[in-house]
Design a protein around this ligand. Structure first.
Ligand code: ATP
Ligand code: MG
Length: 334
């Protein structure tokens, strides 16, 4: 297949486990989705459902006790099959990542300009002078003032929002095809959060890089993403274009998340409105992972994992009652 016609990334039956003393802890359980060229894809779900480990697998950054199966095809090359050297070439160059707290991803002992420069040095043939000019341009591109002065600042001399802009400058330095952002605005206040979102949208618009936007916050996802995967306990339980998800959500978990969207008047409220909690990574439920919390569950949900049901071309829901009105379904006794 011609590269340009294929999705940028194609994830097929991806499973991620961790070898622990208690056995294999299964964090991601056979997920499949595509990332189109130039799109912003949201990955949402409560804490512990496998968003970050999915991203780390794409970056080849999972720890040694991990076990990955399935396919992570990026531009038609399978990342799962690549060796360390091949993944290192991709990382920071074609795929890059912005983390929640830039203080942990930035080196506290290096001036920020040098940190952006390092990525250019690693992945381009530019000479020192050309790299300096490019770093200054990048600092300017991410909306920071006085780039030549900022070049020489240390991370602790900048505000949280400025540091996140520097982390974004590092991520876009080599014009990657895919930028993964993992809760990039969670540590920031609301105004700065909106600015960072604008910046990501602008980068996506101007460079055509695809973005994976990982978040707890459905309001942000609605604002920035074109399509969404909703994750629950290592599964993707629903995926669809963003406008379809918000106008016709299907999966009871998605509907629960939407009811839990924090409103302005209840600032800071977390997504804990769905009764019950996410199953532990060591639970081996034979049925639907959401069954213990679902108000529509029936016998079969406890015994069997539902398959992904296609509700339209690009809308899928992992539920036995996908597409049906659930109003008459009795709840199983707990
Ligand atoms: N190195 C590891 N060894 C064992 N278990 C791990 C390891 N890394 C992650 N996990 C487990 O994998 C599961 C998924 O974690 P992950 O960090 O992907 O969740 P998340 O969806 O990103 O959550 P959050 O919203 O809190 O960031 C969790 O149960 C976590 O404890
Ligand atoms: Mg995470």
């Amino acid at each position: 297949m011609n590269k340009g016609a294929a999705p940028l990334m194609s994830v097929r039956d991806l499973s991620i486990g961790f070898r622990t003393k208690a056995g294999l802890a299964r964090a991601v359980k056979g997920i499949s989705f595509d990332i189109a060229r130039g799109e912003i894809l949201g990955l949402v779900g409560e804490s512990g459902c496998g968003k970050t480990v999915t991203a780390l697998a794409m970056m080849g950054l999972l720890p040694g006790n991990s076990q990955v199966t399935g396919v992570l095809e990026f531009d038609l090359e399978d990342i799962v099959k690549m060796n360390e050297e091949e993944v290192r070439k991709l990382r920071g160059d074609e795929i890059s990542m912005v983390f929640q707290e830039p203080l942990t991803s930035l080196n506290p002992l290096w001036k920020v300009g040098r940190q952006i420069d390092e990525n250019l040095q690693m992945h381009t043939d530019l000479d020192r002078k050309a790299r300096f000019a490019r770093v200054v341009e990048l600092i300017n591109d991410v909306g920071l003032p006085d780039p030549e002065r900022l070049y020489h600042k240390y991370p602790h001399e900048l505000s949280g929002g400025m540091r996140q802009r520097i982390a974004i400058a590092i991520a876009i330095a080599c014009r990657p095809k895919l930028i993964i952002t993992d809760e990039p605005t969670t540590a920031l206040d609301v105004t700065i959060q909106a600015q960072i979102l604008e910046l990501l949208k602008k980068i996506n618009d101007e460079t055509g890089s695809s973005v994976i936007f990982i978040s707890h916050n459905l309001d942000l996802v609605r604002e920035i993403c074109s399509s969404v995967c909703v994750m629950y306990a290592g599964f993707i339980v629903e995926k669809s274009p963003v406008e379809v998800l918000f106008s016709r959500p299907d999966h009871p978990y998605t509907i629960g998340l939407m009811k839990a969207i924090p409103r302005r008047e209840s600032k800071g409220k977390k997504l804990t409105d769905i009764p019950g909690k996410v199953p532990s990574i060591n639970d081996r439920l034979p049925g639907c992972p959401f069954e213990p919390r679902c108000s529509y569950a029936f016998e079969r949900c406890r015994a069997e994992i539902p398959r992904f049901v296609s509700l339209s071309d690009d809308h899928y829901s992992m539920c036995f009652l996908a597409g049906e009105s659930r109003s008459n379904t009795p709840r199983l006794k707990p």
